[in-house]
Design a protein around this ligand. Structure first.
Ligand code: ADP
Length: 419
């Protein structure tokens, strides 16, 4: 504006001094110069807007400078908003990627996006399959029929061919012909369910056997006239009742271990006294039939629940006595190890064949069912030991040779051991 006014002024002065003709010529030249200048600025601005690799606009003067500043501000603002949106989208993607469940977004039948877990579950390759129809890629007929049905009120459970897993798949319809497919691996859940079913069946079986014996003897007792025979039946019945009692006690111990809060971290267990008490228990159980040795290192502290560990160690000791024939040796030792401490129970008993060792801590697993029952076992002792140790950051290590003997070591490391 200022340049135009100055130009017109110059033209008027030139006109007054040199005549109208020269004045008009000067005005035209000035106007032409101005037009050329603005055209150049427009071209520079266009270039910057179209290919502006440089963050700063081209240098300019006056109104052009102000216009550049305004454009520059709005450019920066939209770049900031774009970055913010990209960041939000990326965060959502990361969250969806980190989900333990598979997620697939379908646009009609086409796969618009999927996370890594879905790729693993449904064998989709995002690099190759995005944009392709899910019906051509996923070879699970039940799932395809489910997608086709449009009834997504409930998830379906499927076993994909060639995969050793079971999946729960749920579709959710949204937007305009879009669907979200969620996949979850339920193999672990199925396994837990199976273990629970087996456990209930085992408990029922274990309780039914003594109950059948007791009710059988009760029937016989009704008719029995001989007091001596009756006395014998009563003794046999109380033996079965004691067996049931032991089983219920062990079940309650297991359930308490599974449901109670973690043992205290700041409560030291008096290990020397505990080992002495366990040795006394071993002697009482053995009634002089075994040679019992005890060894306890001083000054090693173990933090936790004395009641839980006493029951766990007691199980190891009673097993050693029960599975070691008369004249054998049982040795209890509480000692330091490279990374903590260990309570070992070693015996010169019947030993265990290697194929049984990994399964010994399973509930009701016994190498010899009859022998365990005869020895008054419930089949839950080592399961209790495993649980109690795990609650104290410990592990059970078993070394055994059939016919030579076994060593059960409760090993502890970490913050619960202070040596
Ligand atoms: P149980 O009540 O049958 O003894 P446990 O869970 O305590 O149940 O032990 C599981 C099985 O491990 C036993 O049935 C037995 O076969 C084997 N076992 C445990 N301790 C010993 C041991 N010291 N020597 C030999 N076998 C053992």
């Amino acid at each position: 504006m200022l340049a135009l006014a100055a130009g017109v002024l110059v033209a008027i002065v030139a006109g007054l001094v040199t005549g109208l003709e020269w004045g008009l010529t000067a005005l035209s030249a000035i106007l032409l110069g101005l037009v050329l200048y603005h055209l150049r600025e427009v071209a520079r601005l266009k270039r910057w807007l179209e290919h502006g690799a440089t963050p700063e606009p081209p240098r300019a003067h006056g109104t052009w400078d102000e216009l550049h500043a305004v454009l520059q501000r709005s450019r920066r603002e939209s770049a900031r908003r774009e970055a913010e949106l990209a960041h939000i989208v990326e965060r959502w993607r990361q969250a969806a990627r980190a989900l333990p469940d598979g997620v697939v977004i379908l646009d009609g039948k086409r796969i618009a996006w999927c996370n890594d877990r879905a790729r693993e579950h449904l064998e989709i390759d995002p690099a190759r399959d995005l944009g392709n129809a899910i019906t051509h890629l996923v070879r699970i007929p039940e799932f395809l029929a489910y997608l086709e049905s449009g009834d997504y009120a409930r998830p379906i459970q499927v076993k994909p061919p060639h995969a050793d897993r079971e999946l729960s798949l749920q579709a959710i319809a949204y937007g305009d012909d879009q669907r979200l497919v969620l996949s979850r691996d339920i193999s672990q859940f199925r396994k837990v369910e199976q273990v629970r079913r087996e456990f209930v069946a085992n408990v029922s079986h274990e309780l039914r056997t003594p109950l059948t014996v007791i009710s059988g003897f009760l029937e016989t007792l009704r008719e029995e006239k001989d007091p001596q025979a009756a006395q014998r039946y009563i003794e046999l019945m109380s033996e079965q009742a004691r067996r049931m009692e032991r089983l219920v006690e062990d079940l309650l111990t297991l359930s308490a271990l599974e449901s109670s809060p973690p043992p205290p971290l700041e409560q030291p267990i008096e290990m020397a006294k505990l080992v002495d008490r366990l040795a006394a228990e071993a002697r009482a159980l053995s009634s002089g039939r075994h040679h019992i040795e005890v060894e306890a290192d001083e000054g090693i502290e173990l933090m936790g629940s004395e009641r839980e560990l006493s029951s766990a160690f007691g199980n190891l000791v009673s097993n050693a006595i029960r599975y070691t024939p008369q004249g054998g040796r049982v040795r209890l030792a509480w000692h330091r190890t490279a990374d903590g401490a260990s309570f070992d129970v070693e015996d010169t008993g019947i030993g265990i064949a290697p194929e049984h060792v990994p399964r010994l801590t399973e509930r009701f697993y016994r190498v010899d069912r009859g022998r365990s029952r005869e020895a008054g076992g419930t089949g839950l002792g080592l399961a209790i030991v495993k649980h109690a140790l795990a609650r104290h950051g410990g592990e059970l290590d078993i070394a055994s040779t059939p016919g030579r003997g076994s060593r059960f070591s409760a090993r502890f490391s970490g913050p619960r051991v202070r040596t």
